[in-house]
Design a binder for this molecule. Structure first.
Ligand SMILES: Cc1cc2nc3c(=O)[nH]c(=O)nc-3n(C[C@H](O)[C@H](O)[C@H](O)COP(=O)(O)OP(=O)(O)OC[C@H]3O[C@@H](n4cnc5c(N)ncnc54)[C@H](O)[C@@H]3O)c2cc1C
Length: 495
């Protein structure tokens, strides 16, 4: 199989499909990209929180931030507030910012905390975006600011926004339900037949057909690597609510519950709510009732149940089929990583297509190996949130406390506990500061203090912490509230 491909067919018009088709049409100027989607089947339509890398994707497509936010009812996201994860009544932020130099203020703070030092303040006060989030404030980072941000948006409007852009850039859209997939002699896909008899054919097929995994799973039979023994949640009820004067928080809230967790995602016009749970530990109807009870505004629709399995297809690329999005795998939405994984796979694919190099078996095997490791790294990061919990109040949390961890994660936990080291493997989705935020947020500190910290005089260390805390407090006090900032951005006014 050798590029350039004359025709690329994208199967599916959800966020993954339109991200893929639009990016391919932008990158491969002149290449033919056709997208097939079925309005009758529809899209998953959840997936409202993202990761900062989405901004690179938008930059590459030349998307204007204000235009995108307007079209998708989008808001800014500084990170996630985790409530009740370590213990009921406790909360912390994982925002896209640091606590000072990695070996610096968090370690100093931890040392003095261990020694019972009074007046340290919370560790979160050492992290600029966490303080912004806790006060509901937002401003874009300046040139010297070391924090990042992402977005919340309406997933269905996002797919529509990308569709409009993609069609302008030459993507051909075909509406219809695929009822048959014909194979080539070598096992790859030859052509697709739609319910009305039309035929769509290409050289390369990108499977973005969602949980159906129409080409990679159903047609080619690629096995599924199951992660549900580590990540047992497998259902979600989702229900949007009206915004009734609630503050527009610049963060997602994830609240740990009896057999899973609940999300709360603020959009301009409404709030996204959902409850993700492990069906082996709780009854569906009980969760539905709990979700409806906890809504902070009138429901805009009946709750919708989504079923999934955590894991991924063993190989993402087989013959002339590459899966992106839910058709390739899903980990669970706790850290909003699905769109990030689409973006990563898509970026690698476009690089390969643009390089013009032949798609040898080695190239395909490398892509598959990297994609598999990407999933495993994100999996470990998500498990971290569960396995550090001190909760034992229900079957899910008791199971999480005793389960055997993946070796890669067990090693990281050991390195942190023994030496305060934040070990990083290749192809990590989350950098060391994110790992640090979860360890410390969950109250998980190294067993011994770093001996080199003894060299820093106590008074100097405490002054340093106080200075950073005060600088952050002053900077944040001058920032506008998230809603005011957003309105300024959408109105195109000078801020
Ligand atoms: C509960 C939950 C919460 C989530 N939260 C987040 C989040 O916060 N952040 C995040 O990044 N991700 C999240 N996700 C994942 C996110 O929803 C998906 O990654 C994203 O929407 C992309 O989905 P998709 O395009 O792969 O699939 P879909 O949206 O399901 O699209 C599949 C497409 O394939 C088409 N199709 C299927 N079969 C056929 C056929 N036979 N013929 C023709 N067309 C067909 C469908 O019509 C549709 O257009 C969440 C997922 C779930 C389940």
């Amino acid at each position: 199989m050798k590029p350039p491909f004359k025709r690329i067919v994208v199967v599916g018009g959800g966020a993954a499909g339109w991200m893929t088709a639009t990016a391919l049409a932008t990158a491969l100027k002149g290449g033919t990209v056709e997208l097939v989607e079925s309005e009758e089947i529809g899209i998953v339509g959840v997936g409202e929180a993202t990761f900062p890398s989405i901004r690179n994707f938008h930059r590459l497509l030349g998307i204007d931030e204000a235009e995108f936010l307007r079209a998708t009812n989008g808001t800014y996201k500084l990170g996630i507030q985790f409530c009740d994860w370590r213990a009921r009544g406790e909360s912390y932020f994982h925002t896209f910012g640091d606590f000072g130099a990695l070996s610096g203020s968090h370690a100093v703070w931890g040392q003095h905390h261990r020694l019972g030092e009074a007046g340290l303040g919370a560790l979160g006060e050492q992290c600029l975006p966490s303080v912004m989030a806790s006060q509901g404030r937002f401003a874009l980072p300046g040139e010297n600011d070391r924090y990042d941000y992402a977005y919340h948006f309406d997933a269905a409007l996002y797919a529509a926004f990308l569709r409009e852009l993609g069609e302008r850039r030459g993507v051909r859209r075909t509406e219809g339900r695929i009822v048959d997939v014909a194979r080539r002699a070598d096992g790859g896909v030859d052509r697709l037949t739609l319910a009305d008899g039309r035929v769509v054919a290409g050289d390369l097929y990108i499977d973005c057909s969602g949980f159906a995994s129409l080409l990679l799973g159903r047609t080619l039979g690629e096995p599924f690597v199951d992660f549900s023994h580590w990540l047992p949640v497998d259902r979600a009820w989702a229900c949007p609510t009206e915004r009734i004067g609630t503050e527009l928080t610049p963060y997602t809230r994830a609240t740990a519950l009896e057999a899973g967790w609940a999300w709360r995602i603020p959009l301009q016009n409404r709030t996204g709510n959902g409850h993700v749970f492990a069906s082996r530990h709780i009854d569906e109807d009980r969760v539905r009732a709990q979700l409806l009870q906890q809504l902070d505004g009138p429901a805009l629709a009946e709750p919708r149940l989504l079923r999934f399995q955590t894991g991924h297809r063993k190989r993402a690329w087989v013959h002339n089929v590459v899966a992106l999005g839910l058709s390739g795998g899903f980990l669970e939405p706790l850290e909003s990583t699905s769109i990030f994984l689409v973006q990563w796979g898509l970026g690698r694919l476009i690089d390969l297509l643009l390089s013009g190099a032949p798609f040898t078996e080695q190239v395909v095997a490398d892509y598959n190996g990297e994609m598999g490791r990407r999933f495993a790294r994100v999996r470990d990061f998500i498990i971290l949130h569960y396995c550090l919990s001190a909760r034992r109040d229900s079957a899910l949390w008791r199971a999480m406390a005793t389960m055997e961890l993946p070796e890669t994660l067990a090693f990281k936990l050991h390195a942190w506990r023994q030496a305060g080291a934040l070990h990083q493997y290749d192809l990590e989705g989350f950098d060391a500061t994110s790992w640090l935020a979860i360890h410390t947020g969950m109250g998980h500190w190294p067993e011994r203090a770093d001996p080199s910290l003894g060299d820093v005089e106590r008074a100097v260390a405490l002054r340093g912490l106080q200075w950073r805390r005060e600088c952050i407090a002053t900077a944040v006090a001058a920032m506008p509230k998230h809603e005011a900032y957003l309105r300024g951005m959408l109105g195109g006014r000078e801020r």
